[in-house]
Ligand binder design. Structure first.
Ligand SMILES: Nc1nc2c([nH]c(=O)n2[C@H]2C[C@H](O)[C@@H](COP(=O)(O)OP(=O)(O)OP(=O)(O)O)O2)c(=O)[nH]1
Ligand SMILES: [Mg+2]
Length: 131
């Protein structure tokens, strides 16, 4: 089956990484993620990510460099997660779909209860940021 393409943002501010917790009525309830969402037809990954960050948090962002990817199958549908660094330009963060968010130190990246697809990505990010 063709994987579902999903974008994920790595937003870093004052040395801390932004992560969000999926909501209670979600398939991956309580798990933490790099926020983003499914790429819609005709969209580039960068356009998708900018749209998702506005829809989910009401923030304007600039999408920066590609970081890395992860392919994971939760059982019914493989997910191809594409991550990009992003800068928070403006707008107060307001949760629209998540139950919580936090800014974490890079050293905490391997201590989070991640959605399974994110574990490898978080590990790669920790190596990148702590070296
Ligand atoms: N955005 C995002 N999704 C992730 C991550 N890790 C992970 O397993 N996923 C999975 C959860 C979902 O099954 C799938 C799609 O992400 P999503 O629920 O954010 O999609 P979306 O914002 O477009 O929401 P919807 O329209 O489907 O409700 O990707 C991640 O770090 N970020
Ligand atoms: Mg989403």
């Amino acid at each position: 089956m063709e994987p579902i393409k999903v974008t994920a943002a790595i937003i870093i501010k004052n040395g801390k990484v932004f992560i969000a917790q999926r909501s209670k009525d979600d398939e991956l309830s309580g798990k933490w993620e790099f926020p983003g969402g499914k790429i819609e037809s005709g969209e580039t990954p960068q356009q998708c990510l900018k749209r998702e960050l506005f829809e989910e948090f009401g923030i304007e962002t600039k999408i920066l460099d590609y970081f890395g990817e992860s392919i994971f199958d939760y059982g019914n549908k493989p997910i191809h997660l594409l991550s990009y660094f992003a800068e928070h330009l403006s707008g107060e963060l307001i949760l629209q779909v998540h139950q919580n968010y936090k800014w974490i130190e890079s050293g905490e990246l391997d201590k989070i209860d991640w959605a399974a697809a994110d574990i490898e990505l978080a590990e790669q990010l920790k190596q990148r940021l702590t070296k």
